[in-house]
Design a protein around this ligand. Structure first.
Ligand SMILES: [Fe+2]
Length: 535
């Protein structure tokens, strides 16, 4: 395999701000034509193969293993990234009737969405932990309906008409690949042509926290990218993400510290002030750090219901202010929990993608000064408060190692929402995690986890899947779980086996590797077989 082509500093900065990049992979001649032809045959003659699309068209591995795709994934997710078992072919069939321009425009507007996580819900996350690859095996001009992207929407809790009006086509030649932040808004385009359009989606996950830049980094100093397509200046959030990706322990290291007139800046935060000026004020308050403590109540008011850009700026300003923000943010999480308790299940919990409270995102950005309070909230009365606290701790990665005992206790709970979120947090923290507790979760069950929740999955499936992902994130530290991971390969839920396979591969002992290879050989696929050819 040729060396991966890593992203440059400039490409990384643009990806952080805009949420997407487009490039063309180097593959053996004829790869795209062969993939296109095979995909057309499959889509014309049988049900969509869903997660099995890659073994049905194994030549697509040349795209996924190309130096450009591997390099981009390593840059954004780290060298040990995980391949998610969900993949999907999104075909648009040849168009038979002309589509009026107005109808095409309206259809595109309605197609705009943020993806749900799959198969069951997962919190949306600002940090780069999930990424999506979209591959077009055919020339994809605008008339063929390539996917559209809405730059800068990766921090959004939803899309507005303002966002939908900014959808841009990712048109390109055969072989074009886009890399997107998982939560960025996008839309299936509308085809006007009488030929197949194929787009195949693959999902990748970060396995461990950044400890150093994993791209072709020449300088860890943050600079605003040359090409910003986000309509709002959220440089505070971008710089914070950059510092996290650089592996800096201070995720605000790049943000300039400056004294400011805090009272005057607070006056600029009011809803009557122009949005651009409010954003500047919130981000300047971040530079004041703890000296802007007086701004905390006003910034907390911006969370939850304000304009998306203002919420993002306020979230990261509160994170920069730090310790003085912890109490009011914890109060906000308790209040959200009391509100959620009025319902049978937390209304914000969605078995597609869950928007955690902005206050939880802000507490995650605060980091260590928030850990003790968040650990106390893990034992709060409200399930929704607990779930948000577990999420915030997980977003801190190894900074939250002191929370491991409290998060491990959450695994004993009956709330699958809390257990699932705690497992994600433990996998992200990945230090001091008691592996025997994770091992138990690989086969965990509970009477409340049996009812179908989404896409024919029951909560037990997602609990076990999250446990297997956490094992894969632990790498060699999961070695004592080899026997449980062997058994997990046979779990009736395919994702559990897929992530157990990744965990065994990362343990890397001769026995783990042998078990992984045996499992893969038994699943070996002959892509030449179809309805007519049986041998
Ligand atoms: Fe989508």
């Amino acid at each position: 395999m040729t060396d991966p082509i890593l992203l440059t500093d400039g490409q990384m900065r643009e990806f952080i701000a805009n949420g997407y990049l487009v490039f063309e992979p180097t593959v053996p001649e004829g790869t795209h034509e062969a993939c296109y032809e095979r995909l057309n045959q499959i889509i014309d003659s049988e049900p969509n193969p869903g997660n099995n699309i890659l073994p049905r068209v194994p030549a697509m591995r040349h795209v996924l293993n190309s130096p450009e795709v591997r390099g981009a994934l390593i840059s954004v997710l780290g060298p040990n990234y995980l391949e998610h078992p969900h993949r999907y072919c999104h075909p648009l069939k040849p168009v038979e009737e002309p589509v009026p321009a107005a109808a095409a425009k309206e259809r595109l507007r309605r197609n705009c969405h943020q993806d749900g996580y799959t198969p069951m819900g997962h919190p949306r996350q600002h940090y780069l932990r999930y990424a999506r690859i979209m591959y077009y095996p055919q020339d994809s001009p605008v008339e063929l309906g390539p996917t559209h992207v809405i730059p800068g929407t990766q921090f959004n809790r939803g899309l507005t008409d303002e966002d939908r009006a900014r959808a841009l086509p990712l048109a390109g030649r055969a072989g074009t690949v886009s890399l997107t932040h998982f939560d960025v808004g996008h839309a299936a385009g509308v085809s006007l042509l009488p030929i197949h359009r194929q787009m195949i989606k693959f999902i990748y996950m970060r396995a461990s926290e950044p400890t150093a830049p994993t791209w072709d980094c020449k300088s860890t100093h943050w600079q605003k990218p040359q090409c910003v397509e986000s309509p709002y200046d959220l440089e505070l959030a971008w710089a914070h993400t950059w510092d996290w990706l650089c592996g800096k322990r201070d995720r605000y290291a790049s943000w300039p510290k400056a004294a400011g007139d805090v009272a005057a800046l607070i006056a600029q935060l009011g809803p009557e002030v122009d949005l651009a000026r409010r954003l500047v004020a919130a981000q300047q308050l971040a530079g004041c750090g703890v000296d802007a403590a007086e701004a905390v109540p006003t910034l907390v008011e911006c969370l939850g219901t304000d304009h998306q850009a203002m919420r993002t700026a306020a979230t990261y300003a509160l994170g920069a202010i730090g310790a003085p923000a912890v109490g009011p943010l914890a109060q906000a999480l308790r209040a959200a929990g009391r509100e959620a308790d009025q319902h049978e299940a937390p209304p914000a919990w969605n078995e597609g993608a869950t928007n955690m409270e902005d206050a939880a995102q802000a507490l995650a950005a605060v980091g260590e000064p928030a850990i003790e309070t968040l650990c106390a909230l893990l034992a709060a009365e409200s399930e929704w408060t607990q779930v948000n606290a577990a999420f915030a701790l997980g977003e801190m990665d190894s900074h939250a190692v002191a929370a491991v005992p409290a998060l491990t206790r959450c695994l004993e709970e009956g709330s699958h929402r809390l257990v699932r979120t705690a497992l994600v947090a433990l996998g992200n923290i990945a230090q001091g995690v008691p592996v025997e507790a994770l091992g138990r979760m690989l086969s965990a069950d509970h009477p409340d986890w049996q009812a179908e929740a989404s896409r024919r999955w029951v909560p037990r499936d997602q609990v076990r899947t999250n446990a297997a992902v956490a094992c894969a994130q632990l790498g060699q530290a999961a070695a004592p779980l080899e026997a449980q991971l062997f058994r997990a390969l046979d779990d009736p839920c395919g994702h559990v086996g897929a992530f157990a396979l990744s965990a065994l591969q990362r343990i890397g002992s001769p026995t783990a590797t042998q078990a992984a290879m045996d499992y893969l050989y038994s699943q070996r696929w002959d892509a030449a077989i179809d309805g007519e050819r049986q041998f």
